[in-house]
Design a protein around this ligand. Structure first.
Ligand SMILES: [Zn+2]
Length: 154
């Protein structure tokens, strides 16, 4: 087996080999597959716009993946509890069922950096936001409070 690269996405390790074919020629196959899986579950308008962001970022040399798209109300309730009834900092003002993620109208991106999924602030979120807004998406980096650089929604 001729391993070209190793990717770790969502805790899973992928070996890229010469025999693997890419769905999107600009992205490593695991990233393209992850994006396809997440985008299949969201609103079709968002799907098209998020794919535009992925493609435009790829044209500029960045691999981005949809870390989370559609989210259950239970998971949102867990996020809302953080910093209120459970440990950690407050990360959302939206209760279970209130987030655009619960309606399939929002996705969160991560970058792939050195083969690993990254939500670091050092990533080029400004570029991602600029491209997202050019597609008519609302970008979480523009929020007044709790800036959410990974987040876009229709
Ligand atoms: Zn989000």
């Amino acid at each position: 087996m001729d391993v070209l690269d190793i990717l770790i996405i969502g805790g899973l390790v992928y070996l890229l080999t010469k025999s693997q074919t890419n769905e999107n020629e600009n992205l490593p196959a695991p990233a393209a597959n992850k994006n396809a899986a997440e985008l299949a579950r969201v609103n079709p308008v968002l799907r098209e716009k998020a794919q535009f962001v992925i493609d435009e970022m790829a044209r500029r040399g960045y691999v981005v993946v949809v870390a989370e798209g559609l989210r259950s109300n239970a998971v949102q309730a867990k996020y809302y509890a953080q910093g209120r009834t459970t440990a950690g900092a407050i990360i959302t003002y939206k209760k279970g069922g209130e987030s655009e993620h619960n309606k399939g109208r929002a996705v969160d991106f991560d970058f792939i950096v050195n083969g690993r999924q990254s939500n670091s602030l050092s990533n080029n979120w400004a570029l991602l936001g600029q491209i997202a807004k050019s597609a008519g998406l609302t970008w979480g980096g523009d929020y007044k409070k709790l800036k959410d650089y990974r987040h876009v929604e229709i």
